[in-house]
Design a protein around this ligand. Structure first.
Ligand SMILES: Nc1ncnc2c1ncn2[C@@H]1O[C@H](COP(=O)(O)OP(=O)(O)OP(=O)(O)O)[C@@H](O)[C@H]1O
Ligand SMILES: O=P(O)(O)OC[C@H]1O[C@H](OP(=O)(O)OP(=O)(O)O)[C@H](O)[C@@H]1O
Ligand SMILES: [Mg+2]
Length: 284
């Protein structure tokens, strides 16, 4: 293990629970009490600091912590000298414009208007890039209420299911400003990258274990090529002899979301004893 790693993890909000769950799956200790601010994991040479997701880019950008987990939107909003190193597949959201009757509006309609947001840095950059001269009203949260309360004409806000917008009587318009998800970040232009590798390797392993399953089946040897086309695996499937003339056993990783369809297709070309099992952990 290299020197002690210092990692920032969201302490509250939408990313806190899934980020800790993922680190736990990757074999790290995580806090039991949601009020704990620091957790030391001596076996893995890592210290976790539980911070506001918005602040994480600042700590990492200053080089105080080597890496952190936060939202791509918050990373870009911060303007801190950090970069994204690994998308984590949770905390997915879209940053979008919305207004009452937004269905009939375009970006250009925002000229001269007030737009409320909690991601002012991100919004200002986007408006400038598109030559729209709007007044950005920075709020901390519950941005959807700002139009009804008369502080803004439109909002630029985080949308997941769209329920909050609908309840506030707002409709999205224009192109999405940003697709976001939770990401691992590190300081930009840093020479120190090797020390993060064990963490990144473990997290990549969790992502694969979540997204893939192991598929085993028996197949007549003469149809093997057709079967391999359906289950190409990573490097190629493992094929072993079966104690039955003319048959082989095949083992390959397949995308979890496609497992049932692949089983149907394998069955149709004569595969039998098709088994699917979870992957507990992996390093590829
Ligand atoms: N409803 C949601 N579903 C999925 N991801 C979300 C949702 N709301 C926010 N996010 C994402 O989670 C990250 C952190 O947002 P979060 O709402 O937890 O922080 P916050 O708004 O600063 O704090 P809080 O809401 O606790 O006041 C952002 O990257 C954001 O895109
Ligand atoms: O599209 P939906 O599924 O409705 O989710 C989007 C909402 O979730 C977040 O709110 P949060 O609970 O973080 O409160 P906040 O506005 O105070 O940040 C986000 O800011 C939106 O308001
Ligand atoms: Mg929020």
């Amino acid at each position: 293990m290299p020197d002690q790693l210092r990692i920032a993890v969201p302490n509250k909000g939408q990313l806190a629970e899934p980020a800790s769950a993922m680190l736990r799956e990757a074999g790290y200790r995580q806090r039991k009490d949601s009020r704990d601010l620091v957790l030391i994991d001596p076996e893995n040479g890592t210290e976790f600091f539980f911070l506001r997701p918005r602040d994480i880019a600042v700590y990492v950008g200053e080089g105080i912590l080597q890496a952190g987990i936060t939202g791509r939107d918050m990373l870009l909003d911060s303007g801190a000298p950090v970069e994204e190193v690994l998308p984590l597949g949770f905390g997915g959201s879209t940053f979008r414009f919305a207004a009452p009757g937004g269905g009939a509006m375009t970006l250009a309609d925002l000229d001269g208007k007030r737009v409320a947001t909690s991601l002012a840095g991100l919004l200002r950059g986007y408006l400038a890039e598109h030559g729209v001269d709007a007044r950005v009203m920075q709020l901390d949260g519950a941005v959807e209420s700002s139009v009804q309360l008369g502080v803004a004409d439109a909002v630029a806000d985080v949308v997941s299911t769209g329920t909050t917008l609908r309840q506030a009587g707002l409709e999205t318009f224009g192109e999405p400003i940003l697709e976001s998800e939770a990401v691992v970040i590190r300081q930009r232009d840093t020479a120190e990258t090797a020390e993060l590798e064990p963490l990144l390797r473990r997290l990549r392993g969790v992502l694969v274990a979540r997204d893939y399953v192991m598929m085993d089946y028996d197949m007549r040897a003469e149809r093997l090529d057709d079967a391999v086309a359906l289950t190409p695996g990573m490097e190629g499937p493992t094929v072993s002899p079966l104690h039955r003339e003319g048959w082989v056993a095949v083992r390959a990783m397949v995308p979890r979301s496609a497992a049932q369809r692949i089983m149907d297709d394998l069955w149709a070309i004569g595969a039998r004893a098709i088994l699917v099992t979870d992957i507990y952990a992996c390093r590829l």
